[in-house]
Design a protein. Structure first.
Length: 237
């Protein structure tokens, strides 16, 4: 009798405790699981970011060791060069004669054409890089703008279009404005005279050679700058 009573009393006393203990474990397990998942996620994030940083550092160092960019020139001939750090274009400015102002906006490399080279053994395909120039010529305060759209190839300038626009108009005229004929439609002698017009103002083959060297350096500089800004962002906590 006493033995059965003791067992009954033990069940009465221990059952609530066991039930309460199981409830605590049940409620604690999701919390422990959440902390584990959070820890694993943070570890993966840290490993991923660490790998990206390692690759960026290696790539930056490789570019600096292989052929580090040089300090960009601030002048070419009589042009003042506005480097525009972090942007995809530069601007050249100069005065010409008594009242002319010349502004040249230049893109980074924005295209290429295939070039076939014949070697001693076989014919291999290469590319010739393209740069766009927009040449604006002003004559005095409030004058209209004579605008040339040109291509700069590695060793020559090629005129694509010539048109007039108001000084307060953005580059690229509205569709209802007459932009003139295609340059190749002009009389050959007139085409040659317009090339001479630009040549006298320093828009010539020497400028094309300079711009290709300048943009090659800028391309590398901007690439390294971009990798550096990405690295700095990822490093932030």
């Amino acid at each position: 009798m006493a033995h059965r009573l003791l067992r009954s009393l033990r069940r009465t006393l221990l059952s609530p405790l066991s039930s309460h203990h199981e409830t605590l474990i049940h409620h604690r397990q999701p919390s422990l699981s959440l902390r584990t998942r959070t820890y694993i996620t943070e570890m993966r994030k840290s490993a991923l970011e660490g790998n990206i940083l390692r690759l960026l550092r290696n790539e930056i160092q490789y570019e600096l060791d292989r052929s580090p960019p040089s300090q960009p020139l601030s002048k070419f001939d009589s042009f003042i060069v506005d480097e525009r750090p972090g942007e995809q274009w530069i601007r050249l400015n100069k005065k010409f004669g008594e009242n002319e102002e010349i502004k040249v906006e230049v893109t980074m490399f924005d295209g290429s054409v295939p070039v076939k080279k014949t070697g001693n053994v076989a014919t291999e395909e290469d590319v010739k890089l393209h740069i766009t120039l927009i040449v604006d010529i002003f004559k005095g305060e409030g004058s209209d703008v004579l605008e040339f759209v040109c291509s700069a190839w590695p060793d020559n300038i090629e005129i694509q279009r010539v048109f007039m626009r108001r000084r307060d108009q953005m580059v690229g005229l509205p569709y209802n404005a007459y932009m003139g004929p295609g340059f190749k439609e002009l009389d050959d002698e007139l085409q040659d005279s317009l090339y001479d017009f630009l040549e006298a103002r320093g828009i010539n083959d020497d400028l094309a050679v300079f711009l290709h060297g300048y943009m090659n350096n800028k391309d590398k500089t901007e690439f390294i700058r971009w990798m550096g800004t990405v690295k700095t962002f990822i490093e932030k906590k």
